[in-house]
Design a protein around this ligand. Sequence first.
Ligand code: NAI
Ligand SMILES: NCC(=O)COP(=O)(O)O
Length: 357
Amino acid sequence: MPEQFASNANAAVVRRRPILAVTCGEPAGIGPEVSIRAAWERRAEINSVLIGDAAFLAMIAAEIDPKIRLVALSQQALRNNGLPNFGLDQVAVIDCQLEAHVQPGKLDARNGRPVLRTLDLAIDCALQGIFDGIVTAPLQKSTINDAGVPFTGHTEYLAERSATPQVVMMLATDRTTPPLRVALATTHLALKDVAAAINFDSLSRSIDILHADLQKKFGLKQPRILVTGLNPHAGEGGYLGREEIDIITPVLDAAKARGIAVSGPYPADTLFQQKYLAEADCVLAMYHDQGLPVLKYASFGHGINITLGLPFIRTSVDHGTALDLAAAGLGHADHGSMLAALDAAAQMVQAGRQGKA
Ligand SMILES: NC(=O)C1=CN([C@@H]2O[C@H](COP(=O)(O)OP(=O)(O)OC[C@H]3O[C@@H](n4cnc5c(N)ncnc54)[C@H](O)[C@@H]3O)[C@@H](O)[C@H]2O)C=CC1
Ligand SMILES: NCC(=O)COP(=O)(O)O
């Protein structure tokens, strides 16, 4: 094929690729490495824009593979003109400089605020439509707090920064048959505060958000949602807690009346069996450590985390900063979850485009 036709064909491919911001997370953890590896591996399908300290990322990229081409893009240029037509063989980087030198595996609170700035930039640009979605590498929640910013997680921060009153955290894997999806009625909350956070309105909104996003983002016409109880044995008829009787059952009855295919409350310890999951699209668990161990046991390193209810697409990995692996040097972390997070965000972008077409 003559050169000019080949490059025109490439330009068309580049324009169609989803543009995803990839925030590289805690610099002392495995976030930068898994972000670079995954963005590079998917460079033919996705316009990834890495957001992090450009010099630091360039150093890691060179160590991973000297063939990796990271191309700097200024924040101003991005905000003014969007993403230029980068070729098929490079990955864009936007520089958000760190404040302290990075020692892999060692946290430094001086880098807490710079990490948050990567998120701020990604959120602002996603809200402006410059990015089709955001994919986040793990950050160290405690470091942000040590930097003097109260912070419980990306999920809550994204909601607050985008003025979204309520969102739902959902982790998912397609490594099981059928795919396993576990959503949470509460997010990062101390266990002692969970029961008080579950009320008629908040649980009803969680179900509505889950139902709507399973339709919109996953193409499920009538998603089937199984809901756990809060207490052991779903409250044992009220003898082990009354939340199932006083709150969860009335919420489910009202949701059914709105046409949502929801059932429960089921005892969480026995719900995760194939005979129940085979008939469901998602489980809604009441709190973080009730639902996520099952998902992570089934797929750790390949699952994804999705924030439902936001005005933009956001996916993330199913793991944390793995400081132990970062301290051991490059090449120890599995970047499968980051690949899955990129792929899932790209699929949601395409689903959204088809929905609008
Ligand atoms: N989306 C996010 O930003 C998330 C952040 N975190 C944060 O990460 C920090 C550390 O959390 P931990 O509970 O220690 O969980 P962790 O996931 O960082 O580590 C748990 C274990 O899994 C291993 N591991 C983690 N990711 C791996 C990978 N990609 N490949 C191979 N092995 C891997 C680690 O070496 C460690 O043994 C905390 O500050 C937590 O808040 C945790 C989960 C999600
Ligand atoms: N265990 C999942 C988790 O902690 C996700 O946190 P984040 O994406 O809200 O930062």
